[in-house]
Design a protein around this ligand. Structure first.
Ligand SMILES: Nc1nc2c(ncn2[C@@H]2O[C@H](COP(=O)(O)OP(=O)(O)OP(=O)(O)O)[C@@H](O)[C@H]2O)c(=O)[nH]1
Ligand SMILES: [Mg+2]
Length: 462
């Protein structure tokens, strides 16, 4: 079995991680509170070991390390579920206070050894590790600084395994902390140089999805995290259920990343509509295909039409015809040929899994590697540069041992990735080297389970 070890880091990383485990434990028939299997289909168990460990007493626990510089966030999770192994909680004594430097150099560094020790124990208990999945924000001090430190250590200790990051990107709509753009900027070098696959989860877009698409009254992150968890469940469908294209992290890497540096992926999800709107929808595969290419359904605040897709994938769930899905996806590419680079033929892939997510008859998850991501990076660069020019708030960082030069280096790295994406839109050599698309678009085998979606809405209580 090709197992994955998850590390959920900091406040956002742990909250999103918890939502993810909620969603996927249900899909695999495992009770979130007790960790006991109560499922009905052998398909739920066939690849459960990718994300869960089984105990001798037939209970399952999430193969995840829960990490934070402050204890309160992860203590709450410890109390809420037996899905988490008590030894896998790693907490420091004080939050990194929204400061990358404290996450990287002091408060975070103080718990690094324990993180690596717990990780080693999980790695040693599996048959054949495929990689790590790291969940974290880049706005917080722990999510940015400690994660960068952990990534450097993982790359050194496990050079043959892949690192996949699910990164929460800050938005002023969701957080008023002024130094978040600095933390995001300082996270760039580790993400560019050490991550193999980086899924960008932009709070700006998620805020809009809740307000505009779902008309939800927002208080806190609960709804946002649920949408993220549904999307992560979609992305990992092929890893967790048998017979799929992109059935491993490495396959996603090979199919989606044409050059090693250009590994920043934009996820999307459909349907993202209210129950009332759902009543007027025909509920067809064609609608899903249209929706996943709408910028309003992306978890990043970018406009797909302002760039070119290097690669794209659609992961469909529910009972549908693989032929129809393939034809519709190819149709989108043919109709919008100018929005796809012409130097990677067959750069759109599909996969189908019979088992729908809870509460839906059908769903589709999008993964896109698009040059339009420049606008997201430019937003982060501009936000940090306006403060950096005046050296505003810099003393919080230099006071913790950082040099001003580290900001300049990070800025250059962010500018370089913007330039790389820009030149690949123009068809020039991005300088990234290596990589390789390859593979024909394929569709998945059908599973056996009869879909039995429950009669409640994913997004509200209507
Ligand atoms: N999507 C989402 N974003 C969150 C959540 N919690 C915090 N954020 C965002 O994450 C950033 C703050 O990062 P946190 O993860 O709370 O910080 P941390 O990693 O714990 O770091 P410190 O608290 O500074 O030690 C801000 O941009 C918040 O808007 C969450 O549950 N979901
Ligand atoms: Mg925190």
């Amino acid at each position: 079995m090709r197992e994955i070890v998850t590390l959920q880091i900091g406040g956002a990383g742990n909250a999103i991680g918890d939502s993810f485990w909620h969603v996927i434990s249900h899909e695999h028939g495992v009770d979130y509170a007790s960790g006991r299997f109560g499922g009905t289909s052998p398909l739920q168990l066939e690849r459960i070991n990718v994300f869960f460990n089984a105990t001798a007493s037939k209970r399952f626990y999430a193969r995840t390390i829960l990490i934070d510089t402050e204890a309160s966030t992860i203590q709450r999770l410890n109390a809420s579920s037996q899905l988490y192994r008590p030894e896998n909680f790693v907490a420091g004594s004080e939050s990194a206070g929204n400061n990358f430097a404290r996450g990287y150099h002091t408060d975070g560094a103080a718990i690094l050894d324990q993180v690596l020790e717990n990780t080693r124990r999980e790695v040693e208990s599996v048959d054949s590790l495929q990689g790590f999945q790291l969940l974290h924000s880049i706005g917080g001090g722990t999510g940015s600084g400690l994660t960068s430190l952990i990534m450097e250590a993982l790359v050194e200790q496990y050079p043959d395994n892949l690192l996949c990051n699910y990164v929460t990107i800050p938005s002023p709509n969701m957080s008023q902390v002024v130094v978040e753009p600095y933390n995001a900027l300082l996270s760039t070098p580790a993400l560019v140089n050490n991550s193999h696959l980086t899924f960008c989860l932009d709070n700006e877009a998620l805020f809009q999805i809740c307000n505009r698409n779902l008309k939800l009254k927002m208080s806190g992150y609960e709804h946002i995290n649920h949408i993220v968890a549904l999307t992560m469940s979609g992305i990992t469908t092929c890893l967790r259920f048998p017979g799929q294209l992109n059935a491993g992290l490495r396959k996603i890497y090979v199919n989606m990343v044409p050059f090693p540096r250009l590994h920043f992926l934009i996820p999307g999800f459909a349907p993202l509509v209210t129950c009332k709107q759902q009543q007027f929808s025909k509920g067809t595969v064609s609608e899903l295909v249209q929706q996943i290419f709408y910028s309003n359904n992306l978890l990043c605040a970018i406009d797909l039409r302002k760039g070119k897709l290097l690669t794209a994938a659609g992961i469909f769930r529910g009972r549908m015809s693989p032929r129809e899905v393939d034809q519709l996806m190819t149709g989108v590419r043919n109709k919008n040929i100018n929005n796809f680079v012409d130097w990677i033929p067959n750069n759109i892939k599909t996969a189908i899994c019979d088992i729908p997510p809870r509460g839906l008859k059908m769903s589709a998850t999008f993964i896109g590697n698009t040059t339009a991501i420049q606008t997201l990076f430019q937003r982060l660069l501009d936000a940090s540069m306006s403060m950096l020019r005046r050296k505003a708030h810099l003393h919080w960082y230099t006071g913790e041992g950082m040099e001003e030069q580290e900001f300049q280096d990070a800025q250059q790295e962010l500018q370089a990735i913007i330039d790389d994406y820009r030149s690949s839109a123009e068809g020039e050599d991005s300088g990234g080297g290596g990589g390789g698309g390859g593979g024909r678009s394929g569709s998945a085998e059908s599973g056996e389970e009869e879909a039995t979606p429950e009669a409640h809405c994913q997004y509200c209580t209507e």
